[in-house]
Design a protein around this ligand. Structure first.
Ligand SMILES: Nc1ncnc2c1ncn2[C@@H]1O[C@H](COP(=O)(O)OP(=O)(O)O)[C@@H](O)[C@H]1O
Ligand SMILES: [Mg+2]
Length: 267
């Protein structure tokens, strides 16, 4: 990928004054955005705030109605969509799914399934997978393309709390191992905060953005997330007041134990 050599400075994807919508109905406006190699950027925002629209426009599934989107030449993107409807009546094994739309060698597929923690699922029907297994298979498919940028749209939806923590640990591992940039759309604020370099808070436009600390204290963010923002703050600071070096490795000492900010039933 010679074009990407100036990686530190060149954005993988960049949007300028971007707007997007559906059949004349605007969903997003005035978006300036850039993600560079190796960055973890998290997009948060309420339902319907345009998070999926942003992602789809960035990768070219949706044309912007105003402004510009630029993708670095030769940039490879792995995309895990928010929703993927599998035809319940159509038999499809995991192995076959991993080879869509690009044919993959059997050994590569098997190795990738191992790496994402679901070894030996090749012959299983897609419709027979648990929620967690399904997400991992989607991730495996995205990673088989060796992406410079991995985009995950609410990848932990429907997973339970330990499942969420585990999935994020896996994502961090992937990032360490491959160095790819990650654009994550999420509602799991407290977990997300600890892992992101940069957070973008969306509500039809970019409400605020910056370091997790900056966003957490931004009035725009608090106005959007209310109660939840307080819990997030407590968790985030807990996270950084301590010098644990195993924050993400041990579920028993990670986010599972009670913190002051977690006791309030925020959900
Ligand atoms: N395919 C679509 N057709 C028409 N409107 C859509 C479509 N997808 C999303 N929208 C609308 O665009 C807005 C933003 O949606 P979306 O980007 O999916 O939000 P989020 O991912 O933050 O929940 C919402 O008002 C939603 O109803
Ligand atoms: Mg969405």
């Amino acid at each position: 990928m010679p074009r990407l050599r100036g990686r530190g400075v060149t954005a993988l994807i960049e949007a300028e004054g971007m707007a997007a919508g559906y059949a004349g109905l605007p969903a997003l406006r005035d978006v300036d955005f850039a993600i560079r190699a190796g960055e973890i950027v998290t997009v948060v925002g309420p339902n319907g705030s345009g998070k999926s629209t942003l992602v789809k426009t960035l990768i070219g599934l949706l044309a912007p109605t105003a402004g510009k989107v630029r993708r670095a030449e030769g940039v490879t993107i792995g995309y895990v969509p928010q929703k993927l409807a599998i035809d319940q009546t159509l038999p499809m094994t995991v192995e076959r799914f991993l080879s869509l739309p690009v044919r993959r060698a059997r050994e590569d597929a098997a190795e990738m399934l191992r790496r994402v923690g679901v070894p030996g699922l090749e012959r299983r029907q897609m419709t027979r997978l648990s929620g967690g297994q399904f997400q991992r298979v989607l991730l495996a498919r995205a990673l088989l393309g060796r992406p410079d940028l991995l985009i995950l749209d609410e990848p932990t939806q429907g997973l339970d709390q330990p499942g969420v923590a585990e999935f994020y640990r896996l994502i961090e591992e992937v990032r360490r191992a491959t160095g790819c940039a990650i654009l994550l759309v999420s509602h799991d604020l407290h977990v997300v905060m600890s892992a992101s370099d940069r957070v973008i808070c969306l509500n039809g436009h970019v409400c605020c953005e910056g370091t997790p600390d900056h966003v957490l204290s931004a009035p725009e963010y608090r106005a959007l997330f209310g109660e939840e923002a307080g819990g997030t703050l407590a968790l985030y600071h807990h996270h950084h007041d301590h010098s644990h070096d195993h924050d993400h490795d041990d579920p028993a000492h990670g986010h599972g134990h009670p913190h002051a900010g977690q006791k309030e039933p925020a959900h």
